[in-house]
Design a protein around this ligand. Sequence first.
Ligand code: PXP
Length: 250
Amino acid sequence: MIKPIRLGVNIDHVATIRNARGGHHPDPVRAARIAIAAGADGITAHLREDRRHISDDDIAALVATCTVPLNLEMAATAEMLQIALRFKPHAVCLVPERREERTTEGGLDAAGGASHLRPFVDELTGQGIAVTLFIEPAPSQVEAAAALAAHAVEFHTGRYCHAAAGEARAAELARITAAAQQGRRLGLECHAGHGLTYESVAPIARIAEIVELNIGHFLIGEAVFDGLAATVACMRALMSEARASADPAP
Ligand code: PXP
């Protein structure tokens, strides 16, 4: 029996547009409501150290109003830990963060950074928050995430999405598939995300070990043309269709 696959809609870039002019429009909380009504299984928001998109007030409003699980993406810093412990979202996804980057450009080094990450994983888990580590689909990183007793790993799909169609993309897909199989064997829930579009989502949704995709930039961009509800519904349908033809996990 293949597990269904969840869609987490990342609403960061609704806040990016709002912040371009200041004020309150467009409201990421309203976007979350529309995404949920259109089939989102979860809402994801990245509170960055520089607050370039989502703000602390957005997180408070999402916690108060979200009717589906909220996944808070954040760097492993003391400030963010205090915020997560205050708001207690359903899940925290620990991500690497550099001020100068345009977006999250690669996975966490769970292997090299285990001693820094351990207290974050332990404290959040101890408060009933499911901890995900955003990592590259590499055996050493999956092993390190399991050793840290994270609840889940999210595989960075950026390299897969940017690879040229054909052999290069097939090789990236194979890396993600192998990492997901390893993650399941080690008891980790497996998620994936970054850069996914209508065109790239199906092969990832067909990996039976992956049970959640977090998608933002493409959905918010496409919503300019088609509306957010139609865009989320279309992505949801593409994922479900691909899932129906997945090989069951062994
Ligand atoms: N997952 C994580 C951990 C991310 O940091 C991001 C980007 O904020 C995403 C998923 C979504 O990526 P995109 O916006 O490219 O769909």
